[in-house]
Design a protein around this ligand. Structure first.
Ligand code: VGL
Ligand code: ZN
Length: 193
C-alpha cells in the first residue's frame, strides 16, 4: 500500500463485541486484525493521512437484535464494554458512532431509523472531505457486513476504495459470506489487497 497525505484510513467497528473472543458477536480471528490495523495506522499517520474509526452503537432494544425480531445477538450496546474500541487499537483520529439516536444499519456513512426506515448521513463523509481525502483504505470488522457496506458507500460517494484483506474478518453467518463479499466488492470496483 502506498500512502499519501490524502489516502484516508477508515477503521470499521474494531470493538470488543466483535474482536474479543468473549464479545457478544465475536468474529472468528477478530483480534488478529488489531496488530495489522495498527501497522496500517502507523503508515497512514507517518504519511500525514487522516485516520477515522467507526463504532457500531446500538440502543438496548431494537430490530437489529434477534430478541426483538431481528438477526443478531445483542452487541455494541451504547456505553457498554462490548461497544468500546478494542483496548489494543491505536486510535489516532476521529471516532464516528453509528446510531447516536437509536438508528442502526451497517455502513459507516449512514444510519437507518429503525421505525421510519429513513437513512441519514453520519459525520464520516464530511469528516473525510474536510480532511481532503482522495481515496479510502477500509479495514476492520466485519468483512461481510460493515466493512462491505462502508466500502461500497465510499465508492458511491466518489472515492476509490481499497480493502486490506489481512485486516478484515467475516462474521460468516452463512458459510462463505466473507468470500461472497470479496467477490461483490471486486465486481463493484473495490480493490482488494
Ligand atoms: C456488524 C453485524 C451486526 C458489523 C454490525 O460491524 O459488521 N455486523 N452489526
Ligand atoms: Zn450491529
Amino acid at each position: 500500500m502506498t500512502w499519501s497525505r490524502t489516502t484516508a484510513l477508515v477503521v470499521v467497528d474494531v470493538q470488543n463485541d466483535f474482536a474479543d473472543p468473549a464479545g457478544g458477536l465475536a468474529v472468528a480471528g477478530g483480534a488478529e486484525v488489531v496488530p495489522v490495523i495498527n501497522a496500517a495506522v502507523a503508515e497512514a499517520v507517518s504519511a500525514g493521512a487522516p485516520v477515522r474509526y467507526t463504532q457500531d452503537w446500538h440502543p438496548t432494544s431494537g430490530p437489529h437484535f434477534a430478541k426483538d425480531g431481528g438477526t443478531w445477538p445483542v452487541h455494541c450496546v451504547q456505553g457498554t464494554w462490548g461497544a468500546e474500541l478494542h483496548p489494543d487499537l491505536d486510535v489516532r483520529g476521529e471516532v464516528v458512532r453509528k446510531g447516536e439516536h437509536g438508528e442502526d444499519g451497517y455502513s459507516g456513512f449512514t444510519m437507518r431509523d429503525p421505525v421510519t426506515g429513513d437513512t441519514r448521513a453520519t459525520a464520516l463523509a464530511g469528516s473525510l472531505r474536510d480532511a481532503g481525502a482522495t481515496e479510502l483504505v477500509v479495514v476492520g470488522l466485519a468483512t461481510d457486513y460493515c466493512v462491505r457496506a462502508t466500502a461500497l458507500d465510499g465508492l458511491e460517494q466518489g472515492w476509490p476504495v481499497t480493502v486490506l484483506w489481512d485486516a478484515v474478518r467475516a462474521v460468516d453467518l452463512q458459510p462463505g459470506d466473507g468470500a461472497r463479499a470479496r467477490a461483490e466488492l471486486t465486481a463493484s470496483g473495490v480493490v482488494i489487497r
